[in-house]
Write a protein that binds this ligand. Structure first.
Ligand code: BDP
Length: 679
């Protein structure tokens, strides 16, 4: 095992009950020639052959079959699926129903896209050994846009990539061998995703040419993804009219600039008729944008929206806009405020096909930060929530960090933006404000490492991301269990051990890194490993303000930056109040002395010491848990993970010692349990 098959390994069943049951249904009945349905057929053949060891036939008979197709086009599907069921199926949804008497399973959908999702669902059931005699499943995705963002550069590197080089680009060209890209498309579709941006949000001159010189090659990639019901999008450089168009300005109100974008966009649609649209990072971290011309982000995005509109395309415009040249001497400047301050006043000015893409927190994918107050705060504007699957600040796929529970906390957060029930998941899905365009995007965690994600267990984050955004009500436990079974098989002990490891991992990592929501404390640039003051006197605005007396950022309205006032009541009051602010976010919102007593009853300083010692102990337990599986699973895969977890422990010790020593020196307060070498 190399891990390349990921969750699509389809290991063969031993003869016995399930084998016989599945064999009874194992022929395929399909009538449609549509490319996506044909993809579903080949996936079904591939999966069944893996599970049963025999290649299934495609047959005309209407018994002992798995029938897949769209309503009205497949006699077996139409015989089994009632009109009442059909009425419940949306554009991308599906039903899976068993007609036991005739030994048929019908996978039916409104569109061929639904058929492929239904087929992958059925394969999941088979591959995890489920009973298929009584299936009666109706599924519709909760989020309309289910996107993955590659941060791949054409030189072959991946920004914040921790699993090798790009599978899309090499030497400033698009790769010619498309096998891996096709296999990636399979993985994404099987997890329910329907959109991909293939290049980094930081667009260099060479990637600007993806919409010109490289367009024929891009079209080939779009064709691969199209077969898997995935739309292709591109990140574009706001200054392209200058960079590659020979114009002297990129002013969004300039008529030549507008014409340039209309022409280029028409060229794109001429070869990719179902092209999704553009993703744009503008006026952010030294990227060009409308600010250069004294225009705002509504002007900038609407210009692109106008070019895309005739073709049904959309502009996904990122809100990661802040001043990366702040002054640390001024306690009133606050990067956390920036997205809301820039965008909220523009509500109502964006065209219908503009979507703002907003990171889950106000800073940058920290292990702990509050939920972005911009989410849901613009009732007349489309929004997409942005997560990061790549673990930039959560251990870079060297430390174990199962992201699903972390994302679920965010999705379940109550924003109160339109009264009770205004949770982030209902905002993201478009339900709260009734948006036509809405959904979730995330930065991918894959590269050309043989097992895709470097850390084999980080595959759970890619798989789980897709499953979670299809249905945000799925539990972390359920997703973990599904992924483990698909990846490692049905051994009860393996499932039990890995599930525990995954579920405990976020808290472990949090406990030995930056404390109580204060964030960063990582090595500048690489963002891996501890550097307590690395960003403290830098311009990036990621401060913790630790001194001899205390630590934390005062973001209250009363005495601080006023960031708390971007939240609705009662979140505002909760964060504003030192007594009510949740412990895990205390230092994000308040500057307190080291002797401040937390709701847990501990002082801040003792909390720091305790969590850091305990965190390392728990990381050590991960090693023994994993070791206990040796001999019960594929040896190569076992070894791959063992190496990573051992590194995690060593590295956790470094975190512990640097953080603890630092705070001991700053505060002069000893550890009550006398574990510090210094005291
Ligand atoms: C930060 C990354 C940086 C990205 C930026 C972004 O450190 O590499 O370009 O976000 O999201 O997390 O644009």
């Amino acid at each position: 095992g190399s891990g390349y098959q990921a969750w699509l390994g389809y290991r063969q069943l031993l003869p016995g009950d399930r084998y016989d049951q599945y064999a009874d249904y194992s022929r395929i009945h399909v009538t449609e020639k549509d490319a996506v349905i044909q993809t579903a057929v080949s996936e079904l053949i591939y999966g069944l052959e893996g599970i049963l060891g025999v290649k299934p036939e495609i047959v005309a008979q209407e018994k002992h079959v798995i029938a897949i197709g769209t309503f009205g086009n497949n006699p077996v599907v139409d015989r089994i699926v009632t009109p009442e069921k059909i009425a419940r199926i949306g554009q991308e949804g599906y039903v899976i129903i068993t007609d036991k008497e005739n030994a048929c399973v019908a996978v039916g959908a409104t569109s061929s896209n639904g058929v492929i999702y239904g087929t992958f669902h059925l394969l999941r059931l088979l591959s995890t050994g489920s009973d298929i005699n009584e299936l009666d499943i109706v599924e519709n995705p909760i989020n309309r846009l289910r996107m993955i963002n590659q941060w791949d550069n054409m030189d072959g590197s991946v920004e914040r990539g921790y699993a090798g080089e790009s599978i899309f680009f090499k030497d400033n060209l698009i790769v010619e061998d498309h096998d891996r890209i096709r296999d990636y498309a399979r993985m994404l579709a099987s997890a329910g995703l329907n959109g991909i941006v293939i290049n980094n949000v930081n667009v260099h001159k060479v990637e600007s040419k993806l919409i010109t010189e490289f367009l024929p090659e891009v079209a080939k990639l779009a064709a691969i993804f199209r077969k898997y019901a995935i739309k292709l999008f591109l990140s574009v450089n706001y200054a392209s009219p200058i960079e590659i168009g020979g114009l002297t300005t990129a002013d969004p109100l300039d008529s030549d600039v507008r014409q340039w974008w209309r022409d280029k966009t028409a060229d794109v649609y001429a070869v990719i008729p179902d092209f999704g649209g553009y993703l744009v990072k503008a006026d952010s971290e030294n990227r060009p944008g409308p600010f250069t011309y004294d225009r705002d982000h509504a002007d900038g995005s609407n210009m692109l929206a106008e070019a895309l509109e005739p073709f049904g395309g959309m502009v996904i415009w990122r809100c990661f806009v802040y001043n990366c040249k702040q002054d640390w001497r001024d306690r009133k400047t606050d990067r956390a405020r920036a997205a809301y301050d820039h965008f909220k006043p523009l509500d109502g000015r964006f065209k219908d096909n503009v979507i703002l893409q907003i990171k889950n927190g106000p800073m940058d994918f920290q292990v702990r930060e509050p939920v972005s107050p911009l989410l849901g705060a613009m009732p007349s504007t489309n929004q997409v929530l942005e997560f990061q699957i790549a673990q930039e600040y959560t251990g870079q796929q060297r430390h174990l960090f199962y992201l699903i529970p972390h994302w679920k906390e965010i999705l379940d957060f109550e924003s109160y933006t339109k009264g009770n029930g205004s949770t982030i998941k209902r905002i993201a899905s478009g339900e709260v404000h009734g948006n036509r365009l809405a959904g979730i995007a995330a930065v991918s965690n894959i590269g050309n490492d043989m097992n895709w994600t470097g850390h084999l267990l980080a595959q759970a984050n890619l798989y789980g991301y897709g499953r979670l955004i299809w249905n945000p009500d799925l539990t972390s436990e359920h997703i973990a269990e599904e992924w483990i079974k698909l990846t490692f098989g049905n051994n009860a002990n393996i499932i039990h051990v890995i599930k525990n490891m995954l579920l405990s991992s976020p808290a472990i990592y949090e406990s030995y890194t930056a404390p109580l929501g204060v964030g960063f404390m990582v090595t500048p640039h690489t963002h891996y490993g501890p550097d307590v003051d690395g960003y403290e006197y830098a311009k990036w605005g990621t401060y913790h303000y630790a001194d001899w007396h205390g630590i934390g950022v005062d973001r209250t309205l009363a005495t601080g930056t006023g960031y708390t006032s971007q939240y609705n009541s009662p979140n505002f009051e909760r964060y504003e109040s030192l007594a009510h602010c949740p412990d895990e976010l205390l230092l994000f919102f308040h500057h307190v002395p080291y002797t401040h007593v937390l709701q847990s009853g501990k002082t801040v300083i003792q909390h720091i010491y305790d969590t850091h010692f305990e965190g390392v102990e728990k990381a050590e337990q991960l090693v023994s848990q994993w070791d206990s599986l040796a001999g019960t699973m594929d040896e190569v895969l076992h070894k791959q993970v063992a190496v990573r977890i051992e590194e995690q422990v060593e590295h956790a010790k470094e975190w512990r010692d640097r953080i603890n020593t630092y705070f001991y020196r700053k505060s002069g307060i000893a550890d009550k349990s006398e574990r510090l070498i210094y005291s």
